[in-house]
Design a protein around this ligand. Structure first.
Ligand SMILES: Nc1ncnc2c1ncn2[C@@H]1O[C@H](COP(=O)(O)OP(=O)(O)OP(=O)(O)O)[C@@H](O)[C@H]1O
Ligand SMILES: [Mg+2]
Length: 420
């Protein structure tokens, strides 16, 4: 059986683009394998950032083990079972499992028979999806996400986290200019959040004087909803919303991972793109934010310290996000007069990432823009550096468009399946 959605997920993973719009909510999932290959796939999927909200328990024994367990304990929201049984035995086993399910329990079957008739029968009998082994982890995640697509539809925003490889590399400057370009060029709404709570420069760079800062918002995160967020955000230009940091040093900034999580969930319903300006620190919430973002942009200067940090960051991200595109690299402040520098090609080879854009050092241009509270794109719209920011914005925003066009080209079969 050709499973177009498996193919789609494979294709997007192979093309290096994460399947957009995948969202798995906070649900319990019980998965029961019968082969070590599928056990590994489930473990991989469970460890993926897209599944980080879900609680997945993985056990051997297939449908029989699931039936026995849920006879004793309440079933989770979703049960994933692997089976090699022939059609008749498979249906008998599923019927026994159904006895232990609640009306809203969902079941995904992972089988080894490439059989359209079996697939249809299973769907008619209330199985949510039938996936054929061999299977990529991302295909399984996509199938789980499809089950919860109504929840997923409410979550639109794509998160891009910007971090510097060392202090002062220009990460905030890049984040602000890219966010501004994306809002003005692509007619998309962008929410820029300054997460450098004590020392953030978003307010200065956009010439804003925010009354409420990120700290106030984060401290009241449990009360923040879309309406309040909209009221608190500054809107300097069409399509751009800004949550700035106010420097009030008497407050403490040791955030917990959960403080940010809720705010990001709400912000993702408020804007199509979320640009996070992260501080150059390594706290648990910065680490968690990087692990869970859709895209990451590392800004580095062409020196040894920056190169070492960028390499470590890239390795960490590659390891903790095996199913994602690697981070984007911005090489900034290239060509400072008289400063010995590492050449872009050598930098790329050492870090294992090609720079997406290289930005020259230009004290006059960046200094003036910063002092005037304006973006480079505004002050030097025709210069190459403005094009560079636009190109990076296009790369980040373009992924979604690519995914959208993929979606619309999906076969009827795929769309029918997607409706389940
Ligand atoms: N290409 C450039 N040429 C000249 N100056 C630049 C360039 N890029 C950034 N700058 C300047 O470098 C300074 C630091 O930039 P920025 O605040 O964006 O860095 P950062 O990496 O966010 O720093 P921090 O570690 O403080 O968060 C700013 O004054 C900015 O205007
Ligand atoms: Mg910064």
């Amino acid at each position: 059986m050709t499973n177009p959605q498996n193919d789609e997920a494979h294709a997007s993973a192979e093309a290096g683009t994460p399947a957009a719009g995948i969202f798995v909510p906070r649900v319990a999932i019980g998965a029961f394998f019968t082969s070590p290959e599928i056990a590994a796939v489930i473990e991989d999927a469970a460890g993926d950032r897209r599944m980080s909200r879900a609680h997945v328990s993985v056990k051997p024994g297939g449908i029989a083990a699931a039936t026995a367990l849920y006879h004793e304990t309440p079933p989770p929201s979703l049960i994933i079972v692997e089976s090699r049984a022939e059609q008749r035995a498979l249906f008998a086993e599923l019927e026994a499992l159904a006895e232990e399910c609640l009306p809203d329990t969902k079941v995904i079957v992972i089988g080894h028979a490439n059989d359209v008739a079996l697939f249809r029968e299973l769907l008619q009998h209330g199985v949510s999806d039938y996936l054929v082994a061999p299977l990529a982890p991302l295909s399984l995640i996509a199938a789980v996400s499809r089950i919860y697509r109504h929840t997923a539809e409410q979550r639109l925003g794509r998160v891009t986290a910007f971090i510097g490889a060392r202090g002062g590399a220009g990460s905030s400057t890049v984040a602000h200019n890219v966010a501004s370009s994306m809002a003005s060029l692509f007619d998309t709404d962008v929410l820029l959040a300054d997460l450098d709570l004590p020392f953030g420069t978003v307010g200065l760079d956009f010439n804003l004087d925010p009354v409420h800062g990120m700290v106030d918002i984060l401290h009241g995160a449990d009360r923040v909803d879309e309406v309040l967020l909209d009221r608190l955000a500054a809107k300097p230009t069409k399509g751009l919303q800004i949550l700035a940091a106010t420097s009030a040093l008497e407050k403490a900034y040791d955030l917990k991972e959960s403080d940010l999580e809720r705010l990001l969930e709400i912000a993702q319903t408020a804007a199509r793109h979320l640009v996070l300006d992260l501080p150059q620190t390594w706290t648990s919430w910065v680490k968690k934010t990087l692990q869970s973002a859709d895209e990451i942009v590392i800004t580095a200067t062409p020196d040894l310290g920056s190169m070492r940090n960028a390499k470590h960051l890239a390795e960490f991200l590659r390891h903790s996000r095996p199913n994602d595109v690697p981070p984007r690299l911005v090489l900034n402040q290239v060509g400072v007069p008289k400063r010995p520098e590492i050449k872009p090609a050598d930098f790329a080879a050492a870090v294992g990432l090609e720079p997406n854009i290289c930005i020259p050092f230009d004290a006059q241009l960046f200094g003036t823009a910063s002092n005037d509270g304006r973006m480079i794109v505004e002050t030097a719209g025709k210069m190459q550096v403005a094009r560079a920011f636009e190109n990076l914005g296009r790369t980040i925003a373009g992924q979604r468009d690519l995914q959208n066009s993929r979606k619309s080209a999906r076969s009827l079969f795929g769309r029918l399946m997607g409706r389940r």
